[in-house]
Design a protein around this ligand. Structure first.
Ligand code: ZN
Ligand code: ZN
Length: 414
């Protein structure tokens, strides 16, 4: 790889023409018009338009709403840059002048920033193509939030229809005082799985519970007993989260319903731990249903979600060094492993190294007003991803383009 300082200087040159006002217009427009997973039609069209104008060969409709732009520019490695495009069913409460215009829908995870960064990085690199050699592939991914977007792109032939990556890069907006670029070598994000549970009881009149098997009570026992899985069955050193995110049963106070439905989310970092947690969920649900005398066994459906995101440590070290040169030694540090999840890594074919880092985006006044002295305390006090108050600072627009451009250049030069 070319010296980090040289790459950083080149990235600075390549992005010197970035216009913050133009970036802000593009970003605010996306923020006003959020779209749910696999419905990112407008967002995808805007990205495709920019890529085409910059000289990329663009394919739309990959995995329904995905966009792939390819720029072949001489011999050299194939570098993929990925940004996800979808928003969330969250009602925005930021009060921003460019807040969402769609009721109940919001870019609360910063994917509007990701698309803005990606489009501008693609433009910058295309405009400076005499400065590098290789193939640049820009991937606008649908449906990261609902899950399945990256997998759908792979199923739709993203690895065979387009130049196969030698390396894959991605980044995520994160809470924390704007202007930091956390990098974690190795495992950075955790595996996530969803589990659906249906408890089958026997319905009847609310006044005659003796003639029913009450699925509300049974499911309530399931919920409380599930709290012992992490606490009592998994070693304290293993990071695990088990959350019951929804509980639906019944229609009226005087009717005992016939069934109850639960949805669970499981975050783990180790395959054996994951298997043990999933097995424990099965045992607890079946055990509680048997104890209640349910006439039919419960239905338990596991929906495998994202795998762990494990950065190639050497690659991450190199990109972190470039980002230090760009933004200053103190701006890059290791966040540590998170129990959040991403399907980003699925876009890397087996054995292909990837790196996924973060761009902190909390506005300085908000950060300063957050309680606490230490980073971690303050971190908990500012709106994070998926919060209706998540409002990245516009000062991150240009740096988030530079992080991507410099990562790409580190592979496409020398
Ligand atoms: Zn998210
Ligand atoms: Zn996200």
């Amino acid at each position: 790889m070319t010296e980090p300082a040289v790459v950083a200087r080149l990235a600075q040159d390549v992005t010197s023409g970035l216009e913050p006002g133009r970036l802000a217009d593009f970003y605010q427009d996306l923020h006003r018009h959020p779209e749910l997973s696999f419905q990112e039609h407008r967002t995808a069209a805007k990205l495709a338009l920019r890529l085409r104008a910059a000289g990329f060969e663009v394919t739309e409709g990959v995995a329904r709403t995905g966009v792939v732009g390819v720029l072949v520019n001489g011999d050299g490695p194939v570098v993929w840059l990925r940004g996800d495009m979808d928003a969330l069913p969250v009602r925005e409460a930021t009060g921003l002048p460019y807040a969402s215009t769609v009721d109940g829908l919001m870019h609360a995870c910063g994917h509007d920033l990701h698309v803005t960064w990606l489009g501008a990085a693609a433009e910058s690199l295309a405009a400076a193509r005499e400065a590098w050699s290789g193939t640049l592939v820009v991937v606008g991914q649908p449906a990261e939030e609902a899950g399945g977007g990256a997998a759908a792109m792979v199923a739709d032939g993203v690895h065979t229809r387009f130049p196969r990556p030698d390396v894959l890069f991605g980044q995520h907006a994160a809470p924390g005082l704007a202007g930091f670029y956390p990098h974690t070598p190795g495992l950075t994000l955790s595996a996530s799985d969803d589990v659906d549970v249906v408890v089958h009881g026997v319905g009847g009149h609310g006044s005659r519970p003796e003639s029913t098997v009450d699925p509300v009570v049974t499911a309530a026992y399931v919920v409380t007993r599930l709290q012992t899985v992490v606490a009592r069955e998994i070693a304290a050193r293993e990071p695990v989260v088990l959350t019951v995110g929804s509980f639906h049963a019944g229609t009226s106070s005087n009717i005992i319903p016939a069934e109850a439905r639960l949805t669970l989310n499981v975050r783990t970092q180790d395959t054996r731990v994951r298997e043990r947690v999933l097995a424990a969920i099965g045992r607890v649900v079946e055990g509680e249903c048997a104890a209640a005398g349910c006439p039919v066994p419960p239905e338990i459906t596991v929906h495998p979600g994202c795998p762990n995101t494990v950065n190639d440590a050497a690659l991450d070290g190199e990109i972190a060094a470039v980002h230090r040169e760009l933004f200053g030694e103190h701006t890059v540090f290791d966040f540590g492993q998170a129990l959040g999840s991403e399907d980003f890594s699925l876009l890397a074919p087996a054995g292909v190294p990837y790196d996924f880092w973060y761009v902190t985006s909390t506005p300085a006044p908000l950060w300063e007003a957050a309680p606490g002295e230490e980073l971690r305390e303050k971190f908990e006090g500012v709106p994070g991803n998926h919060s209706p108050l998540f409002a990245p600072d516009l000062s991150v627009l240009v740096p988030g383009v530079r992080t991507l451009v410099s990562a790409a250049l580190s592979r496409l030069t020398g």
